[in-house]
Design a protein around this ligand. Structure first.
Ligand code: NAD
Ligand code: ZN
Ligand code: ZN
Length: 344
């Protein structure tokens, strides 16, 4: 089968032919219909060899959807031909976090060498994907896999981040979204669907800000050193009760800290290497800083239910398998509007 692989440190990913996978005991083979392209892959491909926690080559793609093609011995719970989305942050299934459905926070995954597809295990940008357990599959029903596949990460990650701040996002509050790309443009829609907060979006690109307004941001602000003053002006000097940073670079976390309200939350989702110090008098009183990772299995089910209710409309650009390297190049250049989705 064809697969998109990251094969050597620093090189661009390439389309190669690899053996068709066969499902082992308990595994499910999925024929991939759609796979999303996440900026985290760009980060992973910029890491030096010593920082890479897995071996190359790696088949990319940690957002996957498809149809069940075959079940390994003893696997059950899904049937051949069923349309499914893949829950990516696999855990051991046994520890206390996994028992809560929070396999993203599995306490034993690292020790057991369990890694998400596309981030250590062979990923979804391939004709077939091996899924370790049927519990990592969520039935899609009538949902369009192409427009739904980004919800497995670009939807689930902001959903999990926003859910933790819901008690603060009361009517009259303000939520800021920094970076309105793949995750950010879904975050805006989730905030509109889940809260009555005023939503302010920041980006460096006017095109991305236009998308932000299209998907429901009340206000848009260019992301530069003047942005904190602009957000304070929009909030009568109070600042934002929740700031979600989908860039996470040193300048954006600084911006986030400068616009958060007393008792507000700064949630750093982007993995741009930024850090925000917390200490008495550093941020407004009782502001909290969090850096969550992905989301739980039950939250993925909730996000898909929101999509079913028509509350989220992911903007996708589709690419064939042979065009997959181009999708990564365009993402790296900041040229994707919404999410790039590969159709293997
Ligand atoms: P993306 O490239 O689709 O979107 C990033 C957006 O940020 C773009 O619109 C870009 O114009 C904008 N941007 C860049 N610099 C900016 C700045 N200084 N101020 C404001 N906006 C700026 O990326 P994505 O796939 O949505 O991923 C976003 C980030 O989230 C990445 O760092 C990714 O690695 C990370 N991520 C984290 C998790 C997690 O679990 N924590 C999960 C998925 C992705
Ligand atoms: Zn991702
Ligand atoms: Zn576990």
């Amino acid at each position: 089968m064809k697969a998109l692989q990251y094969r050597s440190i620093g090189a661009a990913p390439e389309v190669v032919t690899v053996p068709d996978p066969e499902p082992g005991p308990g595994q499910v083979l999925v024929k991939v219909t759609a796979a999303g392209v996440c900026h985290s892959d760009i980060a992973v491909m910029s890491w030096p060899a010593e920082a890479l926690p897995f071996e190359l080559p790696l088949t990319l793609g940690h957002e996957g959807a498809g149809t069940v093609a075959a079940l390994g011995e003893g696997a059950s719970g899904v049937s051949v031909g069923e349309s499914v989305a893949v829950y990516g942050p696999w855990g051991c299934g046994i520890c206390v976090k996994c028992a809560e459905g929070k396999e993203n926070y599995c306490l034993r995954a690292a020790e057991l060498g369990i890694r998400p597809p596309g981030l250590g295990a062979p990923g979804a940008i391939a004709e077939y994907l091996l899924v370790d357990s049927a519990r990592h599959l969520v039935p899609l029903g009538d949902l369009d896999p192409v427009r739904t596949v980004p919800l497995t990460d670009a939807g689930l990650t902001p959903y999990h981040a926003i859910k933790e701040s819901l008690p603060k996002l009361v009517p009259g509050s303000t939520a800021v979204v920094i970076g309105t790309g793949g995750l950010g443009h879904v975050a805006i829609q989730l905030l509109r669907a889940m809260t009555a907060a005023h939503v302010v979006a920041l980006d460096v690109s006017e095109e991305k800000l236009a998308l932000a307004r299209q998907v429901g941001a009340h206000e848009t602000v260019l992301s530069d050193e003047r942005a904190p003053d602009a957000v304070r002006a929009l909030t009568g000097g109070i600042g934002a009760e929740a700031v979600f940073d989908f860039v996470g670079a040193p300048p954006t976390v600084k911006t986030a800290g400068a616009m958060v309200a007393v008792e507000g939350d700064v949630t750093i989702v982007g993995i741009g290497g930024g850090a925000l110090p917390v200490g008495f008098g550093v941020l407004p009183y009782d502001a909290a800083v969090r850096a969550p990772y992905w989301g739980s299995r039950s939250e993925l089910i909730e996000v898909l239910d929101l999509a079913r209710a028509g509350a989220v409309d992911v903007h996708v650009e589709t690419y064939s398998m042979d065009e997959a390297p181009l999708a990564y190049k365009r993402l790296h250049e900041g040229k994707i509007t919404g999410r790039a989705v590969i159709l293997p």
